[in-house]
Design a protein around this ligand. Structure first.
Ligand code: GRF
Length: 224
């Protein structure tokens, strides 16, 4: 049963880099294809272009400095507790990792179980981790792609929501392949957010079932 909301889904984006996926979500919201509102953009990198991008759109942008936690045994968990406070303060319903180069701990994973997504530039479960376009070429794969998945404690391991595939051409370098994959990332990440906003993602063990978007059985939640 899908749920039609009348209020936009409250989304936070965590990003460490250029933020092109953040931009894709911003664009989809502006175009009306995603019914959501970005209530916070958070980075572990002060100079992340994603933060500047957020600023240009008048979005609330936060740099959370990892340095004060360095050296502590629980440095990653303590960092995530500070981050979680920001997410709670903004009543965030869905967290998007978009080029967020920090491993999230159980503190965040448990608080946002099945409510935190990541985008990864490979067809998972092949090629988790870094430099994955280069690895796909080196392995002689004929197809590469990208995956949106829910975040669990295992890196790049959670239930898969959507994937898109692209060919690997003989002439490809990691950069040309990454550019071809990125085009697809910008399509499937907003799509996954909208499916979530429509209440159509059901997690069954390792699998995500996408429920039909028929008006039959829809529940309209009214604010009044
Ligand atoms: C993307 O390729 C994404 O799949 C990966 O990191 C990159 C982030 O790019 N997780 P951007 O910062 O969204 O442009």
């Amino acid at each position: 049963m899908s749920i039609k909301r009348t209020d936009p889904l409250r989304v936070a984006v965590l990003a460490s880099g250029r933020g092109s996926n953040l931009q894709a979500v911003i664009d989809a919201i502006e175009a009306g294809t995603v019914q959501a509102k970005i209530v916070a953009v958070i980075s572990n990198k002060k100079e992340a272009p994603a933060l500047a991008r957020a600023g240009r759109y008048g979005l609330s942008a936060f740099f959370i400095d990892p340095k004060p936690y360095a050296g502590r045994l629980d440095s990653r968990e303590a960092y995530d507790r500070e981050l979680l406070d920001v997410l709670k303060h903004h009543d965030v319903e869905l967290v998007l990792l978009a080029g967020y180069m920090k491993i999230v701990t159980a503190v965040l994973v448990e608080a946002f179980m099945n409510r935190m997504m990541n985008i990864h530039p490979s067809l998972l479960p092949s090629f988790p981790g870094l430099d994955v376009q280069k690895k796909a070429i080196e392995w002689g794969c004929k197809l590469a792609g990208c995956t949106v998945h829910f975040v669990t404690e295992g890196v790049d391991e959670g239930p898969i929501i959507i994937q898109a595939a692209v060919p690997i051409l003989d002439a490809d370098s990691p950069d040309t392949l990454a550019a071809r994959i990125l085009e697809q990332e910008h399509k499937i990440y907003p799509r996954a957010v909208q499916l979530f906003a429509e209440g159509r993602l059901r997690v069954e063990g390792r699998r995500v079932v996408i429920e039909a978007g028929t008006p039959k059985g829809e529940v309209v939640i009214s604010q009044s």
